[in-house]
Ligand binder design. Structure first.
Ligand code: 3PG
Length: 306
């Protein structure tokens, strides 16, 4: 059995070593395709793979068709919007993610971006502090919970809105549960996005939702660029010279944002949230173990397609 790790943005070496150990201990072979630049390279590499470990790498119907032996794809991470689930199901391929394994890394980056933003991108002028400010966590999943934990250390007043998570689960963490996204944005000085990119959430962060944010508000996005209505965000920031947007996922309109909002907009050049040795080890090894469990024992825990 051959397990292919196909990562356009590679894991830390120590994580690859850990994955190799798991795979070889199960009597399987590991193949690596890192930093590939053409889809063709992925199509060629998957041809004889029985299992595939990916990150944000796109697995569409064409990739699945080229992978004639493929039985399982594990997205080493949380969001699986990069995998065509229907095509995978049609091809008889199991798709899994590794929930929670990289969430602390993403949560820590939220605060890296926030401190950078409220200190005016370290330009030498007086900024503000996070202590005592109202933090709104939009979606209370694994990353949201870690953000709440770190926010307590900063002395923030923590709120959250999640359409699916019960209020009691938030309240027991000392987080005030709000009943709508509208209320979250109207209440909080800082909103941190943790919603997945789905048909319902794409472009859902729009001008109407953002309009009521308090003076000096900061929106931080370590989730997905697709959830932002980019023209709406531009209109909001044009109307509100007091607000800032910091993101770990470069928007489609990055050049326009740079030009119009210098000093209150920042994007990392490449998504860095999960890019730590620890997160790579946690997610990579979990992915390898899930593959071994599935191929040897039929274990389907963490399966996300039908
Ligand atoms: C995730 O969904 O797990 C994060 O967005 C991390 O993505 P990455 O593995 O491409 O860094």
């Amino acid at each position: 059995m051959k397990v292919l790790v196909a990562t356009e943005k590679p894991f830390a070496k120590v994580a690859v070593d850990g994955i190799r150990k798991e795979v070889e201990a199960a009597g399987m072979e590991l193949a690596l395709l890192e930093k590939y630049t053409e889809k063709q390279q992925l199509l060629a590499a998957v041809a004889d793979a029985d299992a595939l470990i990916i990150r944000s790498d796109k697995v569409d119907a064409e990739v699945l068709a080229a992978a004639r032996n493929l039985k399982i794809v594990v997205r080493a991470g949380a969001g699986y919007d990069n995998v065509d689930l229907e095509a995978a199901t049609a091809a008889g391929v199991c798709v899994m993610n590794t929930p929670g394994q990289n969430s602390n890394a993403v949560a820590e980056l939220v605060f890296g971006l926030l401190v950078f933003a409220v200190r005016n991108f370290y330009n030498g002028t007086s900024g503000t502090e996070l202590k005592g400010k109202k933090l709104g966590i939009h979606a209370y999943g694994n990353v949201g919970r870690n953000v709440a934990r770190v926010a307590k250390g900063f002395g923030m007043d923590i709120y959250a809105y999640d359409a699916f998570c019960p209020a009691e689960a938030m309240e027991k963490d000392g987080v005030k549960a709000l009943s709508s996204a509208k209320e979250l944005y109207a209440t909080c000085d800082v909103v941190s996005l943790h919603i997945p990119a789905t048909a319902e959430t794409k472009q859902s962060i729009n001008e109407a939702l953002l309009a009521d944010m308090p003076k000096g508000a900061v929106l931080v996005n370590t989730a997905r660029k697709e959830v932002i209505d980019e023209p709406g965000l531009v209109r909001f920031m044009e109307a509100r010279p007091d607000v800032k947007y910091v993101t770990d996922i470069m928007p489609g309109n990055h050049d326009e944002m740079m030009e119009k909002f210098a000093g209150r907009y920042f994007s990392t050049p490449k998504k860095m949230g999960a890019q730590t040795a620890e997160a790579n080890i946690n997610a990579g090894i979990a992915a390898a173990r899930q593959i071994v469990g599935f191929l040897l024992n039929g274990d389907e825990k963490f399966r996300v397609n039908k």
